[in-house]
Ligand binder design. Structure first.
Ligand code: SF4
Length: 325
């Protein structure tokens, strides 16, 4: 029988190149091998969001990008966490089997308390219980994680093990599928590409916007004048060329080293490559955008399919816990 994979993503709005080569590519591959449940975890986002003004739009844009990139609602269940309210009920039941000490020792919780002592809410400490409930509700057997998320999944497994030992074997223990998310460095050349660092290129950006963004990219700091030879190995523009201008990489390297090409032209070339790479995606996105109800229909259908599984799991859980039917 095909195994079920569950993956939850915080609603980060329009996706950037880092998201594309990390999560989206990964989802595309998994949907061919597993029964895939892809969920936008909007309730999780509320634990740290101070302002929800763009939340609806962010969910919409993220799903639209997924669909335009080829995540297929015929193959995958694409849905929004809050559309399947059974998850909140399971969260409550799971919270009864989760020792508070387990939650207080979670490193990301401690980190958030340190960074934002003024915003330590009840939901934040229960974040891992909600995450566990997501996986458990859909009986996820496989969860794709990066190395840095292994500890979170281990905690989920501990909670489920505890539940099973107290109430009987209701849940499979989800296995980690260790996934390599290539580190895409942002335009500042210093950090991972992200919205918070404002060093990103959206995959749906127009060719003009891509050009403007790339024109701000940091290059080889030793190359002060056009005639200075460059050092492509320290330049993130060159790293991006390796992904987008594959066929001309030897030429760019040579021309950079002997100052045959200036950084302005090199960036223009990168902008063209990035723009060409995402042209089919942009076209598909525009087609989907012309059907304003489409995203809503996809997530409604996804919620209906997810709800069928969720209701059945919750019925089993309540029976196991001896709640009166
Ligand atoms: Fe970087 Fe290109 Fe400038 Fe060389 S020519 S330093 S690769 S931007």
């Amino acid at each position: 029988m095909t195994k079920r994979v569950f993956s939850g993503f915080r609603p980060t709005g329009r996706q950037h190149i880092g998201n594309y080569f990390g999560t989206i590519q990964n989802c595309l591959q998994l949907q061919e091998e597993y029964e895939s449940f892809y969920c936008v975890v909007d309730l999780h986002a509320l634990t740290t969001l101070e302002n929800t003004a763009t939340l609806k739009e962010d969910v919409h844009n993220m799903v639209l990008d997924w669909l335009a990139a080829g995540i297929d609602p015929e193959k995958s269940v694409i849905f929004v966490q809050s559309h399947v309210p059974e998850v909140t009920e399971l969260h409550m039941l799971m919270s009864m089997v989760t020792p508070l000490s387990w939650l207080l020792r979670v490193p990301t919780f401690k980190e958030k308390v340190r960074m934002h002592p003024e915003n330590v809410n009840y939901g934040l400490v229960g974040y891992p219980v909600l995450m566990t409930s997501d996986i458990a509700l859909y009986k996820g057997e496989v969860v794709p994680v990066g190395e840095d998320q292994l500890a979170h999944l281990e905690l989920a497994r501990e909670i489920l093990r505890r539940f099973n030992s107290m109430f009987g074997n209701v849940f499979p223990e989800p296995q980690a599928k260790l996934t390599e998310f290539p580190l895409i460095v942002g335009l500042n050349g210093a950090e991972k590409m992200s919205k918070s660092a404002d060093n990103y290129i959206e995959i749906a950006a127009s060719p003009e916007d891509i050009r403007k963004k790339i024109s701000t990219a940091f290059t080889d700091p030793a190359r002060k004048y056009r005639a200075d030879p460059g050092h492509p190995e320290v330049c993130n523009v060159f790293t991006l060329h390796k992904m987008f201008t594959v066929g001309r990489i030897a030429e760019i390297e040579r021309e950079c080293r002997n100052a045959g090409i200036g950084c302005t032209d090199c960036k223009k070339l990168l902008a063209e490559s990035v723009s060409d790479y995402f042209a089919p995606f942009r076209e598909r996105r525009l087609e989907l955008q012309a059907r304003p109800e489409y995203v809503r229909e996809v997530v409604q259908d996804g919620a209906a399919r997810a709800s069928r599984v969720a209701r059945e799991t919750l019925r089993e859980v309540k029976a196991a816990m001896n709640l009166l039917p």
